[in-house]
Design a protein around this ligand. Structure first.
Ligand code: GRG
Length: 303
């Protein structure tokens, strides 16, 4: 079964399960085995990557690519590259010098299990492997590979990507943060990579610039919605459901949507952003049921 075999009539749940299987198999093919030296680094990478994440970003990339008619074989390596960047960011985010967490995806964080040096190297290697994966992808034209490398690099780094967002977030820990600054932090820290995932799917499918612009707007709303629901889950979900330590942001009095807007205010904001994501999709002539369902899923997610 390939993702192109998954008809638009199947439920999002079925699409998630089937895409997850394909992504996991491709990640397993792309990531060196635990026996390949340096074994500790590869074991640390596999420990974190195969710990059962939702694979939301690769799923989004595949859904957008399919929406514009791409075959699945062309989508999977880039989808894995985005997941590798995401996994690297979680490994580094959990380090003592950053969020200092000992639980992620329901198991010990990478540095708790393998030590800090191995965790740093695992994150570094995952980032490099992500770019190698796209650069070597023979399903794509040279121009497409270059465009994807650029998209993923911009979304991962500074001044417009995840590293910039993480730096702003760390800086904001020691002072009061308003709603606009909070949005800017999360547009970079969480939204940039989600946006890159969606845009990469569209680029692989040879979407026009006008279509790409709509996809960017949709993904920007989705990224914000993802962060709002993340903040809500931090106060409403259990450690078992989340697979990470809940309540940390609240206890640390970090700037979150719940801390700034209250529980009901954050829920209302989530509904508004969800509505904006759906309205954006109306600009497309393609069938967008799956992208619609993804926005619904993010609004209502429980993990
Ligand atoms: C260290 C450069 C660097 C960046 C870290 C991603 C990130 C930036 C920090 C993670 C902190 C955090 C909880 C952000 C909120 C949104 C988010 C990225 C949640 C985790 O993503 P999920 O829910 O996780 O998709 P799974 O495990 O399902 O893949």
């Amino acid at each position: 079964m390939t993702t192109t075999d998954i008809s638009l009539e199947t439920s999002l749940r079925e699409f998630q399960v089937e895409t997850q299987e394909l992504i996991d198999a491709e990640l397993d093919r792309l990531i060196p085995s635990e026996l390949t030296p340096p074994a500790t680094v590869h074991s640390a990478i596999r420990w974190s990557v195969f710990a059962g994440g939702k694979r939301f970003r690769p799923m989004l990339l595949c859904a957008v690519g399919e929406c514009f008619g791409s075959p699945s074989a062309a989508l999977l390596p880039a989808a894995c590259a985005v997941e590798m960047i995401h996994a690297y960011s979680l490994i580094h985010d959990d380090l003592p010098s950053m969020d200092d967490d000992d639980l992620r995806r329901g198991r010990a964080t990478c540095h708790i299990r393998f030590g800090e040096a191995a965790a740093i190297l695992a994150g570094d290697a995952l980032q490099a492997l992500a770019f190698k994966t796209v650069a070597e992808d023979e399903n794509l034209s040279t121009e497409q590979r270059t465009r994807l490398v650029r998209e993923i690099a911009i979304a991962s780094g500074t001044p417009s990507g995840m590293v910039a967002g993480q730096a702003l977030d760390l800086d904001a820990e020691s002072r009061a943060v308003g709603g606009d600054e909070l949005e800017q932090i999360h547009r970079l820290k969480t939204g940039a990579l989600i946006g890159a995932a969606a845009r990469c799917g569209a680029i692989i499918a040879n979407a026009t610039n006008a279509q790409l612009s709509v996809v960017s707007d949709y993904a920007a709303h989705l990224g914000l919605l993802f962060q709002i629901t993340d903040d809500l889950l931090d106060v409403t979900a259990s450690a078992e459901a989340l697979g990470k330590t809940p309540g940390k942001d609240m206890r640390a009095a970090k700037a979150t949507y719940v801390n700034i807007h209250g529980l009901d205010g954050a829920r209302q904001l989530g509904e508004q952003v969800h509505a904006r994501a759906l309205a954006t999709l109306e600009q497309l002539d393609q069938r967008t049921e799956r992208l619609h369902a993804i926005a619904d899923y993010i609004l209502n997610r429980t993990t």
